[in-house]
Design a protein around this ligand. Sequence first.
Ligand SMILES: [Zn+2]
Length: 317
Amino acid sequence: MAWRILTIWRSDRKFRKFGLILVVSLMLVSLMVINVHPSPAQLRPNRSSSITSSSPSLIVTPTTPRLGDTLSVIVPTTQAPVVQMTSKTGTKSYPVYDLGNNRWRAFIPTTPLTPPGTLKIQAQIAGVAEIQSKTVALQGRSFPTQRIWLPPGQDGNVSDWEFDQVDAFKKTISPDKLWNGSFRRPNDGDISTTYGIRRYYNGVFADDYFHRGVDYAGDEGSAIVAPAAGRIVFMGYEKDGFKVHGNVIGLDHGQGVLSIFLHMNSIRVKRGDRVQAGQTIGTLGDTGAATGPHLHWGLYVNGECVDPVAWRETGLD
Ligand SMILES: [Zn+2]
Protein backbone atom coordinates (compact mmCIF):
# COMPACT_ATOMS: atom_id res chain seq x y z
CA MET A 1 0.00 0.00 0.00
CA ALA A 2 2.72 2.45 1.03
CA TRP A 3 4.82 1.28 -1.87
CA ARG A 4 1.93 1.88 -4.21
CA ILE A 5 1.42 5.46 -3.05
CA LEU A 6 5.13 6.21 -3.22
CA THR A 7 5.32 4.65 -6.65
CA ILE A 8 2.44 6.72 -8.00
CA TRP A 9 3.84 9.86 -6.48
CA ARG A 10 7.33 9.32 -7.84
CA SER A 11 6.41 8.00 -11.28
CA ASP A 12 3.62 10.41 -12.24
CA ARG A 13 4.93 13.91 -12.69
CA LYS A 14 1.41 15.32 -12.90
CA PHE A 15 1.08 14.77 -9.15
CA ARG A 16 3.77 17.36 -8.54
CA LYS A 17 1.49 20.04 -9.99
CA PHE A 18 -0.82 19.63 -7.01
CA GLY A 19 1.84 21.30 -4.90
CA LEU A 20 3.30 20.92 -1.50
CA ILE A 21 0.11 20.12 0.40
CA LEU A 22 -0.62 17.01 -1.65
CA VAL A 23 2.99 15.88 -1.48
CA VAL A 24 3.13 16.32 2.29
CA SER A 25 -0.20 14.57 2.81
CA LEU A 26 0.89 11.68 0.60
CA MET A 27 4.08 11.36 2.60
CA LEU A 28 2.12 11.40 5.85
CA VAL A 29 -0.24 8.71 4.58
CA SER A 30 2.78 6.68 3.42
CA LEU A 31 4.49 7.04 6.77
CA MET A 32 1.30 6.04 8.60
CA VAL A 33 0.94 2.91 6.48
CA ILE A 34 4.63 2.07 6.88
CA ASN A 35 4.24 2.51 10.64
CA VAL A 36 1.31 0.13 10.67
CA HIS A 37 3.43 -2.49 8.90
CA PRO A 38 6.99 -1.79 9.95
CA SER A 39 8.40 -5.23 9.13
CA PRO A 40 11.81 -5.04 7.40
CA ALA A 41 10.75 -7.74 4.94
CA GLN A 42 8.09 -5.37 3.59
CA LEU A 43 10.26 -2.30 3.60
CA ARG A 44 13.10 -3.81 1.55
CA PRO A 45 11.20 -4.38 -1.70
CA ASN A 46 9.37 -1.09 -1.16
CA ARG A 47 12.58 0.88 -1.11
CA SER A 48 14.01 -0.64 -4.28
CA SER A 49 10.72 -0.21 -6.16
CA SER A 50 10.58 3.44 -5.19
CA ILE A 51 14.10 4.06 -6.43
CA THR A 52 13.56 2.44 -9.80
CA SER A 53 9.96 3.45 -10.45
CA SER A 54 11.02 6.87 -11.72
CA SER A 55 13.05 5.26 -14.54
CA PRO A 56 11.21 4.69 -17.83
CA SER A 57 9.89 1.25 -18.69
CA LEU A 58 10.14 -0.89 -21.80
CA ILE A 59 7.85 -0.12 -24.73
CA VAL A 60 6.18 -2.86 -26.77
CA THR A 61 4.53 -2.19 -30.15
CA PRO A 62 2.01 -2.98 -31.46
CA THR A 63 0.06 -2.75 -28.20
CA THR A 64 -2.59 -5.23 -29.36
CA PRO A 65 -0.63 -7.62 -31.59
CA ARG A 66 -2.16 -10.49 -33.52
CA LEU A 67 -0.69 -13.70 -34.91
CA GLY A 68 2.02 -12.98 -37.47
CA ASP A 69 2.97 -9.58 -36.03
CA THR A 70 6.54 -8.71 -35.15
CA LEU A 71 6.73 -7.23 -31.64
CA SER A 72 9.23 -4.42 -31.28
CA VAL A 73 10.51 -4.16 -27.70
CA ILE A 74 12.42 -0.98 -26.85
CA VAL A 75 14.24 -0.98 -23.52
CA PRO A 76 15.43 2.36 -22.10
CA THR A 77 18.72 1.44 -20.44
CA THR A 78 22.42 2.21 -20.66
CA GLN A 79 23.62 -1.38 -21.01
CA ALA A 80 22.51 -4.31 -23.16
CA PRO A 81 19.57 -6.02 -21.39
CA VAL A 82 18.49 -9.66 -21.64
CA VAL A 83 15.04 -9.67 -23.24
CA GLN A 84 12.79 -12.68 -22.70
CA MET A 85 9.25 -13.51 -23.66
CA THR A 86 7.13 -16.06 -21.81
CA SER A 87 4.11 -17.60 -23.51
CA LYS A 88 2.11 -20.79 -22.96
CA THR A 89 4.89 -22.74 -24.63
CA GLY A 90 7.74 -21.47 -22.42
CA THR A 91 10.33 -18.72 -22.17
CA LYS A 92 12.66 -17.61 -24.96
CA SER A 93 15.44 -15.01 -25.16
CA TYR A 94 15.85 -12.60 -28.06
CA PRO A 95 18.91 -10.71 -29.33
CA VAL A 96 19.06 -7.00 -28.52
CA TYR A 97 20.68 -4.18 -30.48
CA ASP A 98 21.76 -0.70 -29.50
CA LEU A 99 19.52 2.01 -30.99
CA GLY A 100 21.63 4.81 -29.44
CA ASN A 101 20.43 7.36 -26.85
CA ASN A 102 20.33 4.65 -24.16
CA ARG A 103 17.73 2.58 -25.96
CA TRP A 104 17.99 -1.10 -26.89
CA ARG A 105 15.67 -3.05 -29.12
CA ALA A 106 14.63 -6.67 -29.54
CA PHE A 107 12.25 -8.09 -32.14
CA ILE A 108 9.93 -10.88 -31.04
CA PRO A 109 8.35 -12.70 -33.98
CA THR A 110 4.91 -14.34 -33.80
CA THR A 111 3.39 -16.72 -36.36
CA PRO A 112 0.09 -18.55 -36.94
CA LEU A 113 1.58 -21.30 -34.75
CA THR A 114 2.18 -19.04 -31.71
CA PRO A 115 -0.49 -19.73 -29.05
CA PRO A 116 -2.67 -16.61 -28.60
CA GLY A 117 -3.05 -15.25 -25.07
CA THR A 118 -0.87 -13.45 -22.57
CA LEU A 119 2.75 -12.80 -23.48
CA LYS A 120 4.97 -11.61 -20.67
CA ILE A 121 7.97 -9.62 -21.87
CA GLN A 122 10.83 -8.90 -19.49
CA ALA A 123 14.11 -7.01 -19.75
CA GLN A 124 16.91 -7.21 -17.22
CA ILE A 125 20.52 -6.07 -17.15
CA ALA A 126 22.98 -8.64 -15.83
CA GLY A 127 23.80 -7.95 -12.17
CA VAL A 128 20.99 -5.39 -11.74
CA ALA A 129 17.95 -6.35 -9.68
CA GLU A 130 15.48 -4.19 -11.56
CA ILE A 131 13.30 -6.02 -14.08
CA GLN A 132 11.28 -4.05 -16.60
CA SER A 133 8.27 -6.02 -17.72
CA LYS A 134 5.08 -5.70 -19.72
CA THR A 135 2.31 -8.10 -20.61
CA VAL A 136 0.52 -7.97 -23.94
CA ALA A 137 -2.47 -9.96 -25.15
CA LEU A 138 -1.66 -11.70 -28.42
CA GLN A 139 -4.90 -11.80 -30.42
CA GLY A 140 -5.95 -14.88 -32.36
CA ARG A 141 -6.50 -14.54 -36.08
CA SER A 142 -8.27 -16.78 -38.53
CA PHE A 143 -6.33 -17.53 -41.68
CA PRO A 144 -7.87 -18.82 -44.90
CA THR A 145 -7.49 -22.56 -45.51
CA GLN A 146 -6.66 -24.63 -48.57
CA ARG A 147 -7.50 -28.27 -49.21
CA ILE A 148 -4.75 -30.19 -50.97
CA TRP A 149 -5.26 -33.70 -52.28
CA LEU A 150 -2.08 -35.66 -52.89
CA PRO A 151 -1.89 -39.09 -54.51
CA PRO A 152 -0.36 -41.72 -52.19
CA GLY A 153 3.46 -41.51 -51.91
CA GLN A 154 3.63 -37.98 -53.32
CA ASP A 155 5.42 -36.45 -50.34
CA GLY A 156 8.20 -39.02 -50.02
CA ASN A 157 10.87 -37.48 -52.24
CA VAL A 158 11.86 -34.33 -50.35
CA SER A 159 15.59 -34.08 -49.69
CA ASP A 160 16.83 -33.36 -46.18
CA TRP A 161 19.93 -31.80 -47.70
CA GLU A 162 17.92 -29.07 -49.42
CA PHE A 163 15.93 -28.19 -46.29
CA ASP A 164 19.05 -28.29 -44.09
CA GLN A 165 20.69 -25.68 -46.32
CA VAL A 166 17.66 -23.38 -46.17
CA ASP A 167 17.20 -23.90 -42.41
CA ALA A 168 20.84 -22.92 -41.83
CA PHE A 169 20.24 -19.68 -43.75
CA LYS A 170 17.14 -18.92 -41.64
CA LYS A 171 19.32 -18.94 -38.51
CA THR A 172 21.51 -16.10 -39.84
CA ILE A 173 21.96 -13.27 -37.33
CA SER A 174 24.35 -10.43 -38.12
CA PRO A 175 24.83 -7.30 -36.00
CA ASP A 176 24.50 -4.43 -38.48
CA LYS A 177 21.09 -3.04 -39.41
CA LEU A 178 21.12 -2.65 -43.18
CA TRP A 179 17.45 -1.83 -43.89
CA ASN A 180 15.89 1.60 -43.59
CA GLY A 181 12.23 2.53 -43.52
CA SER A 182 9.41 0.45 -44.92
CA PHE A 183 9.99 -2.52 -47.24
CA ARG A 184 9.05 -2.38 -50.92
CA ARG A 185 7.05 -4.96 -52.81
CA PRO A 186 9.57 -7.31 -54.46
CA ASN A 187 7.60 -7.77 -57.70
CA ASP A 188 4.91 -5.88 -59.64
CA GLY A 189 2.56 -8.88 -59.88
CA ASP A 190 -0.66 -9.16 -57.90
CA ILE A 191 -0.57 -11.07 -54.63
CA SER A 192 -1.96 -14.54 -55.36
CA THR A 193 -1.47 -16.19 -51.94
CA THR A 194 -1.31 -14.20 -48.71
CA TYR A 195 0.71 -14.92 -45.59
CA GLY A 196 -0.37 -17.53 -43.11
CA ILE A 197 -2.84 -19.65 -45.11
CA ARG A 198 -3.38 -23.04 -43.42
CA ARG A 199 -3.85 -26.38 -45.17
CA TYR A 200 -5.65 -29.66 -45.04
CA TYR A 201 -3.79 -32.48 -46.76
CA ASN A 202 -6.12 -35.26 -47.90
CA GLY A 203 -8.71 -33.93 -45.43
CA VAL A 204 -6.36 -33.77 -42.42
CA PHE A 205 -5.44 -30.38 -40.92
CA ALA A 206 -1.67 -29.83 -41.10
CA ASP A 207 -0.75 -28.55 -37.62
CA ASP A 208 2.72 -27.33 -38.59
CA TYR A 209 1.91 -25.87 -41.98
CA PHE A 210 1.24 -22.25 -42.75
CA HIS A 211 2.12 -20.31 -45.88
CA ARG A 212 5.49 -18.91 -44.90
CA GLY A 213 5.46 -15.89 -47.16
CA VAL A 214 3.53 -13.97 -49.79
CA ASP A 215 3.15 -15.07 -53.43
CA TYR A 216 3.26 -12.56 -56.27
CA ALA A 217 1.77 -13.75 -59.55
CA GLY A 218 4.01 -11.65 -61.79
CA ASP A 219 4.99 -12.39 -65.37
CA GLU A 220 7.66 -14.97 -66.06
CA GLY A 221 10.95 -13.07 -66.37
CA SER A 222 9.71 -9.92 -64.60
CA ALA A 223 12.12 -8.24 -62.19
CA ILE A 224 12.47 -9.29 -58.57
CA VAL A 225 13.85 -6.41 -56.52
CA ALA A 226 15.30 -6.31 -53.03
CA PRO A 227 12.48 -5.11 -50.71
CA ALA A 228 15.13 -3.47 -48.51
CA ALA A 229 18.91 -3.17 -48.43
CA GLY A 230 20.93 -6.17 -47.35
CA ARG A 231 23.62 -8.69 -48.18
CA ILE A 232 23.21 -11.82 -50.31
CA VAL A 233 24.22 -14.62 -47.97
CA PHE A 234 22.52 -17.66 -49.49
CA MET A 235 21.88 -18.98 -52.97
CA GLY A 236 20.81 -22.28 -54.47
CA TYR A 237 19.94 -23.64 -57.89
CA GLU A 238 17.34 -26.17 -58.94
CA LYS A 239 19.99 -27.96 -61.01
CA ASP A 240 22.09 -28.44 -57.85
CA GLY A 241 19.30 -30.14 -55.92
CA PHE A 242 16.91 -27.38 -54.81
CA LYS A 243 13.94 -29.36 -56.14
CA VAL A 244 11.35 -27.69 -53.87
CA HIS A 245 12.62 -24.12 -53.50
CA GLY A 246 13.92 -23.92 -57.05
CA ASN A 247 16.42 -21.16 -57.77
CA VAL A 248 16.55 -19.38 -54.45
CA ILE A 249 18.20 -16.31 -52.89
CA GLY A 250 18.63 -15.52 -49.19
CA LEU A 251 19.03 -11.83 -48.33
CA ASP A 252 20.26 -10.72 -44.90
CA HIS A 253 18.90 -7.30 -43.82
CA GLY A 254 20.80 -7.53 -40.52
CA GLN A 255 19.86 -8.02 -36.85
CA GLY A 256 18.01 -11.26 -37.52
CA VAL A 257 15.78 -9.90 -40.34
CA LEU A 258 15.98 -12.00 -43.54
CA SER A 259 14.22 -12.33 -46.88
CA ILE A 260 14.05 -15.49 -48.99
CA PHE A 261 12.94 -15.59 -52.64
CA LEU A 262 11.85 -18.88 -54.25
CA HIS A 263 11.10 -20.30 -57.70
CA MET A 264 13.27 -17.70 -59.46
CA ASN A 265 13.97 -17.90 -63.17
CA SER A 266 17.36 -16.16 -63.14
CA ILE A 267 19.63 -14.90 -60.37
CA ARG A 268 21.47 -11.63 -61.02
CA VAL A 269 23.61 -11.34 -57.89
CA LYS A 270 26.45 -13.26 -56.23
CA ARG A 271 26.86 -14.50 -52.70
CA GLY A 272 28.36 -11.70 -50.58
CA ASP A 273 26.94 -8.84 -52.72
CA ARG A 274 25.56 -5.80 -50.91
CA VAL A 275 22.27 -4.75 -52.51
CA GLN A 276 20.18 -1.61 -52.16
CA ALA A 277 16.41 -1.39 -51.75
CA GLY A 278 14.80 -1.66 -55.19
CA GLN A 279 17.86 -3.22 -56.84
CA THR A 280 17.04 -6.07 -59.23
CA ILE A 281 18.35 -9.35 -57.81
CA GLY A 282 16.83 -11.74 -60.37
CA THR A 283 13.72 -12.61 -62.32
CA LEU A 284 10.46 -14.40 -61.59
CA GLY A 285 10.03 -18.03 -62.67
CA ASP A 286 8.52 -21.40 -61.84
CA THR A 287 11.57 -23.41 -60.80
CA GLY A 288 11.26 -25.99 -58.02
CA ALA A 289 7.84 -27.08 -56.72
CA ALA A 290 5.75 -24.38 -58.40
CA THR A 291 2.52 -24.92 -60.30
CA GLY A 292 3.08 -21.77 -62.36
CA PRO A 293 5.29 -18.68 -62.53
CA HIS A 294 5.24 -16.76 -59.25
CA LEU A 295 7.55 -15.27 -56.66
CA HIS A 296 7.35 -16.58 -53.11
CA TRP A 297 8.83 -13.98 -50.72
CA GLY A 298 9.32 -15.02 -47.10
CA LEU A 299 10.27 -12.51 -44.39
CA TYR A 300 11.96 -14.05 -41.34
CA VAL A 301 12.71 -12.45 -37.97
CA ASN A 302 14.93 -14.36 -35.54
CA GLY A 303 14.21 -17.58 -37.41
CA GLU A 304 10.40 -17.26 -37.62
CA CYS A 305 8.37 -16.32 -40.69
CA VAL A 306 6.36 -13.17 -39.93
CA ASP A 307 3.60 -11.29 -41.76
CA PRO A 308 5.38 -8.67 -43.87
CA VAL A 309 2.38 -6.30 -43.99
CA ALA A 310 3.54 -4.03 -41.14
CA TRP A 311 7.09 -4.09 -42.50
CA ARG A 312 5.75 -3.02 -45.91
CA GLU A 313 3.21 -0.43 -44.78
CA THR A 314 4.68 1.33 -41.77
CA GLY A 315 8.14 -0.18 -41.48
CA LEU A 316 9.93 -1.24 -38.31
CA ASP A 317 12.97 0.96 -37.85
ZN1 LIG B 1 4.30 -19.25 -51.55
